[in-house]
Design a protein around this ligand. Sequence first.
Ligand code: FDP
Ligand code: ZN
Length: 286
Amino acid sequence: MSDAVTEVVETVARAAPEVRGGLSGRRRKTDAENASGETQLAADVWADELLAERLTAIDGVSQFASEEREDVLECGESGGYAVTVDPLDGSSNLKSNNSMGTVLGVYDAELPAKGSHLVAAAYVLYGPITTMVVARDGEVTEYVVEETDEGTAERRAVREDVTLPDDPTVYGFGGRVPDWTDRFADYARDVEDELKLRYGGAMIGDVNQVLTYGGVFAYPELESRPEGKLRLQFEGNPIAYVVESAGGASSNGEESLLDAEADEVHQRTPVYVGNEELIERLESRF
Ligand code: FDP
Ligand code: ZN
């Protein structure tokens, strides 16, 4: 892994205790909307600004894009890495004090880029403790991130070579059930027979359950929104990269998310990730 990629991952790890520490006073809504038309919370805007400032300063990063800002920032000589962040995934959970995350993608191509251009992806999970899962070079590692006495952050590997358990046990599906398409509802009925529901409403928290226990997470195509809710560059691709690096599979309903064409920076996509057999079964019905 090149130095710039290491620096990007470390920068997000170092920022994690700070992001977490700044949440409590930033639960209010702002008057602003993000590029996807969602009302931003003070915490969304703040985490975005903090990460933008630090990540754009890294040598070798030439583009920075965030789910919380419309335009891609050009921040260095062209030909470097393009970094994407979802600064606070699941931030609507802030009101009810439930889990949230930060999602990172590092692409070796200009945005919008296909997931096959990812060279690393990671996420921070602000749960009862702060953990970070990093995928690179086909390997996935889970860290605990803690603040040191000096006020900096330290990450300690707690699980190396993370792979999805062979015997899956959990599922979590987003969207309102009456809004599911018939083919997804059929699939869901099948899965409900076999696995138990674990759904928290923040993609990162729900994906981390699948990474821990095995199973399937989906934010599916909807009748009202065939393109689903999640964004390919900021959420779908990085999560697919993590899950596939851990021996699982990803899909947009037709093909691996990592093979899907990227046309726009904020484009949405249905997201299905989990154990290979469960994703194959979904694709065979679609
Ligand atoms: P949120 O809007 O709270 O940021 O990123 C989008 C996301 O959360 C995901 O984390 C989550 O999986 C999904 O939206 C939940 O959407 P619903 O509110 O439709 O359940
Ligand atoms: Zn998100």
